[in-house]
Each structure stands twice: as C-alpha cells, then as structure tokens.
Write a protein that binds this ligand. Sequence first.
Ligand code: NAD
Ligand code: TYD
Length: 371
Amino acid sequence: MKSQRRRLLVTGGAGFIGANFVHYWRHHHPTDELVVLDALTYAGNRMNLADLESAQGLEFIHGDIVDQPLAERLIREREIDTVAHFAAESHVDRSIVGPDQFITTNVLGTHSLLKACRKVWIEEKKQHGHRFHHISTDEVYGSLEPDQPAFTEDSPYAPNSPYSASKAASDHLVRAYFHTYGLQVTTTNCSNNYGPYHFPEKLIPLMIVNALHGKPLPVYGDGRNVRDWLYVTDHCAAIDLVLSAGTPGTTYNVGGDCERDNLTLIGLLCDLLDDAFVRRRDLCRRFRDAPAACGGKSADLIAFVKDRPGHDRRYAIDSSLIRDELGFVPKVDLERGLRSTIEWYLANEAWWRAVMSGAYRDWVARNYAAR
Ligand code: NAD
Ligand code: TYD
C-alpha cells in the first residue's frame, strides 16, 4: 500500500487527534485524498481544519458514524480505500456521568462503520487493497500496580470505566470483522496524547488554561496516578507506519515510554509556564490573573479534589512490537512536547476561548453558511 495514492475516510477528523492527523497527513502525503466525517459534537471543531479546507484534496462531511447508509455512500462514491477511525466519545469523566452516548458512538458507531466497509469493500468487491484502521486506547487493559510490567498486546482486557469498556467492545468488533469476514483491519492502542487542539477538559490543556486565569488546578485524589504521555504527532506517525506497513489483523500498542504521575507532570507544566512568563513580558499584560504575571508560581494553584470514581492507578505501554516490526520511535520528549503545547495555547487564545464558550458554532455558521 505504501507508494499508491490513497483515498482516506477520517472519522472524527475535527477532534483533537483526528485534526492533528489530518494536518500530519496533508503534510506527509499531499497527493492523497481525504474525506473527513465528523458529527461536530462539543469536542469536534471545524476551526481545527480551517487552514486546510480551502485546499484541494480535503472534503468535510458533517455526519454521524452511526448513520450506516451515509458511511456506505461515502466509501462507495468517494472510492475510499482506507478508513482511519478516530470518532468517539473520549472523556472518562463524561462517561461516568452519562455512559449512554459512549455506547452509541463508540460501540454502535464503530459497528456501523464496519458494516459499511464490509458491504462496499467485500460484498460489492469494490476495493481489494482496503484497510480499516481503528484508533483505540491503552485504557482497555485496565489498571497496573506500580511493580507490574507495561501492557503488551497480549495483556488481558480489563476496562474499568464506561469509556474504556465501550472502546474495548469496539476493539473486539474490529477483531471479529477480520476473523469472520476477512475485513483488512489494524488497531492501535495508544497511551495518553497531548498537543495542539486538545479540548480543555483533559488534564494538560485544562491545567494550562486554568493557570492562565489564576484558577485552581484540580488534582484528583492524591495525584499519584500514572499515565504514559505521548506527543500527538508521534501518535500520527505511528498510525502512518501501521497504515503503510502494518500486518492486517494485528494490534499494535503505542506509547511514549514516558510514565509520569499527575503531580510530577503538573509540576513540570507549571514550571514551563512560569518560565514562559519570565521570557515574555507581554504575557503578564495578557494574563493578569496568572500567578506568574506577578512573580508567583502556577503550582501554588494546585488543589486536591475528590477522586474520580474507579480512577485507574497506572497505565504503561510496552511498544516493542511496533518498534521492532515497523521502526516506531517517539521523537518528541516530554519537556519539548509540553513547551510546544504551552506555546500553542498561548498563540491560540481565540481558539480555546471559542471552544470553551461554544462560540465556535457561530464561527462555523458564519464561515460555512454559504456551502
Ligand atoms: P476528541 O473527543 O477530541 O474527538 C472526537 C471527535 O469525534 C470529535 O471531532 C467529535 O465531533 C467526533 N465524533 C464524536 N461522535 C461522533 C459521531 N457519532 N460521528 C462522527 N463523529 C463523531 O477525541 P480524541 O482525543 O481526538 O480521540 C480520538 C480517538 O483516539 C478516540 O477514538 C479515542 O478513544 C482515541 N484515543 C485517544 C487518546 C487521548 O489521549 N486523547 C489516547 C488513545 C486513544
Ligand atoms: P485525562 O486527561 O482525563 O485522561 P485519562 O483519564 O483518559 O487518562 O486525565 C489524565 C489524568 O489526570 C487522570 O489520572 C485523571 C487526572 N485528572 C486530574 O487529576 N484532574 C483533572 O481535572 C483531570 C481532567 C484529570
């Protein structure tokens, strides 16, 4: 598949990782055709693709992955040969408050896409060199004790939240479509991502935005839960490798080899933010409520709050399979990744203010009303 010109359907391409992937793909594979299918939930934002949408080779479709006839039509009419499936409900805290939408989107939505692909690619024999790539999470493996080895592809599934349970169910469906129907699938189970376009309800962007406003930085429980952090472009590069050279029917774990507990991570993030204020005096004028604006420390805002129910203690990923088989090595270390993430949020204040207020919907209406 490597050298051929591809036609990709990217579901969830207006969300955090999906939008980064679309930017990554346009840069690395400029002649490929991309169709983005996104329902534009609170987490999906057409502004994330605004700089690309006027260019040739990118089409945006506002639609739901649960809508099988729509997916079928797109795959057939746009002659899609590759699906990169990012669309999901992705926030654990929301899944605890309201699990239903997670089952609808993550389980039924994935199944509806699989059915559409099977219909067009296998029953109608429209694509021999097809690929369905499913983007999943390390959270399907459950929680590790401090001394346990990192998750491998053979670790048993043990999801603990409605989010991870819904992703686990979707992983199993993807696997079943390979074994039962011969659909050419691959799956990546990735650790926690961070970087541009990350909705400010997730840990890293929430901490940046709160620190800039001088608001408390809410740390769940004792703050010693461990996550394995990966800069988002490294995740995109891993998916590229799997699409180009991965073996159909295979699952690849993707991690940053970068375990940090939340307090350590937040401490580093705060130090880097304070450092940005020392280097750039304009920030003191723009963000007067930030402790760093008057020589204080962002870390003083840390506030311990009630723990998340069922909060997984530790995730860690063993990426040896994708490293040994496909040569994957993360390129961006944590400090560089956090610095560039902070820079992005400082340079894109209008973006985060808009997504947090919901004002981007007005922006979409203004900019796309004529289409
Ligand atoms: P996100 O919440 O930022 O974006 C999800 C996107 O999917 C949004 O654009 C949203 O509008 C769209 N969407 C939601 N429901 C839809 C539907 N029914 N039909 C069409 N589009 C729909 O999520 P993210 O963080 O970018 O995660 C993308 C994928 O990567 C998810 O499958 C997630 O499980 C997986 N993942 C995320 C992480 C992480 O750290 N964020 C880590 C590993 C795996
Ligand atoms: P999150 O970004 O929600 O990702 P996930 O739960 O999928 O790993 O959270 C990352 C870690 O940060 C997790 O241990 C929960 C914790 N956390 C906080 O302590 N405070 C917060 O406000 C948030 C959103 C998360």
